[in-house]
Design a protein around this ligand. Structure first.
Ligand SMILES: C[S@@+](CC[C@H](N)C(=O)[O-])C[C@H]1O[C@@H](n2cnc3c(N)ncnc32)[C@H](O)[C@@H]1O
Length: 371
């Protein structure tokens, strides 16, 4: 194996660890035990980033268990003639199996219990032409504290959904759409697109240029608090953005005569966005009308400011949801362009071997108002 292929494989292993990839997808490649061991000690065990933002204890336990099994298997590489498993790796594993899961109550159920919350780090490559691109860091990190369950505390908002990766990649590929502009996100969840979009604005910011304002909205208090603290994690470039706001916005308020005026004020006066975005926010037919009513309000032409672009990345899971979505959009005088052909079909944030992420199912829709 050439040294650059070895380097790529080892980076892929780090990326898999950081994003909690399933153990059966971990790639060790044809690399000597000695090289893998030295790499893991230097880049994971001794990493400041992973000490500060570690994957869940449950995940780390199974990761190191598998590493030990791999490193204890026989190797044909000449370099491994004298190979011995390092005490650093044993000690890491021992400390994990004797520790309690961090930050959660011990489980009353048998076995490992429900999945713990975890820091997850997604690596991504900033566009090559971004003016403030760090020379020493080819990859940036988007680190989030996430739930490992699809629904936790009654909300879908505590983990990152597949459409979010597609939407964020679309803007990494088309940074001109958001650089220096004011952006409003509906149903932001815990902030993956928020981190990437804020980072893009920071990367493009120059002393006398406009940074842009970013409004990330959601209905759930816990989701918003987590979103705010994820954006502010010092390892994320988003922490340097001075124009980020995290704001409660309930789409149902747009259909409620009493609350509607304050939503209109928020959308048209306070935010007045140039760009409106959303990822995986059409998953329940009951939410479609309130969501599209809110979008309609935000898109209404206004002499002060009219949005130039509204883009949703959606996984429309059932025929019923699909039909309801298009019928309601028509009722609301919204034109929906399916621009899925322009959607990225792979994303840089995850390892190529990540299962359960079907990017092909994500559609990209652009909205405008009928005139
Ligand atoms: C499936 S999650 C997607 C989260 C994030 N956009 C992503 O792709 O990772 C749907 C989000 O919509 C939010 N949501 C649900 N109902 C809402 C409402 N009535 N008003 C505003 N946001 C809502 C949820 O709290 C949740 O964060």
């Amino acid at each position: 194996m050439t040294s650059s292929t070895t380097k790529d494989h080892l980076f892929e292993l780090t990326r898999q660890y950081a994003s909690l990839s399933a153990q059966n997808t971990l790639i060790y490649g044809n690399i000597s035990h000695t090289t893998i061991q030295d790499f893991l000690i230097k880049n994971i065990i001794s990493s400041d980033h992973f000490s500060q933002y570690p994957p869940s204890t449950q995940y780390q336990k199974s990761f190191w268990k598998r590493v030990i099994v791999h490193l204890e298997s026989s190797s044909n590489e000449d370099e491994d003639a004298e190979f011995e498993l390092s005490p650093d790796i044993y000690e890491r594993y021992l400390s994990l199996i004797t520790s309690r899961p961090s930050g959660v109550k011990p489980s009353l159920s048998v076995g490992e219990g429900p999945p713990e919350k975890s820091f997850i780090t997604y690596f991504w490559k900033p566009p090559v032409n971004s003016p403030n691109r760090g020379v020493n860091e080819p990859y940036l990190k988007a680190t989030l504290l996430e739930s490992r369950a699809m629904i936790e505390m009654g909300t879908t908002g505590l983990n990152t959904w597949t459409a979010s990766f597609v939407l964020a990649q679309y803007f990494v590929d088309h940074p001109d759409l958001v650089v220096g502009r004011d952006v409003l996100e509906f149903g932001s969840g815990i902030g993956f697109t928020a981190i990437v979009l804020s980072s893009l604005q920071v990367l493009w910011h120059r002393p006398h240029s406009r940074l842009g304002k970013l409004w990330f909205t959601d209905v759930e208090e816990t989701v918003l608090t987590t979103c705010q603290s994820n954006i502010a994690l010092p390892c994320n470039l988003s922490s340097l953005h001075t124009g980020v706001k995290v704001q409660t916005l309930d789409w149902f308020a747009s259909l409620d005569e009493e609350r509607k005026p304050s939503v209109a004020k928020l959308l048209k006066e306070d935010i007045a966005p140039h760009v409106i975005i959303g990822a995986d926010i059409v998953y329940d037919p009951l939410l479609i009308r309130p969501l599209l009513a809110t979008l309609q309000m935000a898109l209404e032409p206004d002499p002060r400011n009219s949005p130039i672009c509204a883009l949703f990345a959606l996984t429309l899971r059932t025929q019923r949801t699909k039909s309801e979505f298009f019928r309601t959009a028509k009722d609301m005088n919204l034109i929906v362009d399916d621009i899925s052909k322009e959607a990225p079909r792979s994303v840089a944030f995850l390892s190529g071997t990540t299962p359960h992420r079907d990017f092909q199912d994500v559609n990209l829709f652009r909205f405008s108002m009928m005139t």
